[in-house]
Design a protein around this ligand. Sequence first.
Ligand SMILES: [Zn+2]
Length: 510
Amino acid sequence: MRLFFVLLPGLLLAQADVILTGGTVVDGTGAPARRADIAIKGDRIVRIGDLSREKAGRVLDAKGLVIAPGFIDPHTHALEDLLDDARKANLNFLMQGVTTVITGNDGGGPVNTGEILSKWEQGIGTNAALLAGHASIRREVLAMSDAVPTAEQLDRMKGLLGRSLEAGAIGFSTGLFYAPGSFATTEEVIELAKVAAAAGRYYDSHVRDESSYTIGFLGSVKETLRIAREAKIPVHFAHIKCLGTDVWGQSKEAIALIREARAQGMKITADQYPYTASGTGLSSALVPRWVMAGGKMRERLSDPSLRGKIVAEMTENMRRRGGAASLLITGLRGSGPKDRALIGKNLEEIAKMKGKPPVEAAIEIMLAAGDAGVASFNMNEDDIAAFMKEDWVMTGSDGSDGHPRKYGTYPRKLRVYVYEKKRIPLEFAIRSMTSLPAQTFGIRDRGVLKEGALADVVAFDPATIRDEASYTEPQKLASGMRYVLVNGKIAVEGGKPAPVLAGRPVRPGR
Ligand SMILES: [Zn+2]
């Protein structure tokens, strides 16, 4: 039978389910683009080449389109969406060409990994992998305490992490900038990272300080490299950036430190989104972490005896991030009453409306609503471009509600940085979205277009690919992505989503 197919590949092809014809193939490895057709049978790519005379169940015209592997997003906040029947199609990602998301980042991955992975078996729009989260594990044992765990508590944390990894978590994430992750010492993280290292997984971190809050951006790069060295684990920097004017330009030193570690054989990578604003919570951006300790932020914010100290520190944090005008309110979180008039305004405008200083206005919002989402304009294009050009920096959306990156990261990077500014070649950009994350995180059979690989395939129009989402309209689906196939099923056709849930949970090494 095998001999028969070798001798008559045309016959095998006659059985292909889908052929994409006439496109330019960028295979994900970084190799130069070339003219080729792609045949898919079941969930696999069965042939790449000149298939112009072949027949298939469906022939998709890809003339003028770029055909690439489906994009793999190493940093998302898609967990809630994927567990919600109305949103689990993950359309904001599919329409960008993202066919696999990793979630549970920033320390947020839940402790019931196995349960979630089996829920995803019932149908999701993209493939998805889950990280075990340090903050969730720590909260389970220490609540919001800023204490150093006792030996017994640390053992319990290791046990929870071990169970998550066994249940299929792809790696271990921390968010050392956020409470309660910020309460962990480097040693605590190293001890936990050793558990992940023993399981053959990687460490993913939103580092302690991307700015000048505590140990500084470069201090954080060094801390992360120390964790890599002492726990002997591959480490991945989440959304690498120089946050705020105090640290602008430090991309140069950070890149030098990481290159040096890589030259020593360490496995160090990073991801990045192509926007000058980050997205976070108003409290995380401005409120000192000691105010959050023990989960007592509300009490401390309303305590008159602490007010002066808190306002002074918040004023400094606001300066770091670029001042009141650089903080745009994108949504109100928490359980309090929501004043919708605030959304879409920056803190300077809100302060004027309220007739009080910006920090007082911020405190008022947090006490009333609980918290707010902000787009925080704090990066410069030179640092962004410097990181983007490194061959260990992949694309990642950090997609969260209220920020256009959730809907636009991948098309935006292609449109702005490949086609308009020409900062990086197309093949290099596609590699940063496909084979680089697949290889780094051990995601098998995805990330490269080759015969035998799983058929996650995208075809986009280079002339029209674009992010439609903006800071004022962050939820507009991207355009220009003509076809997206997930595990061989057509999930986007003619630029429109198809009603399929073809995604699968992705477990380590699979
Ligand atoms: Zn983060």
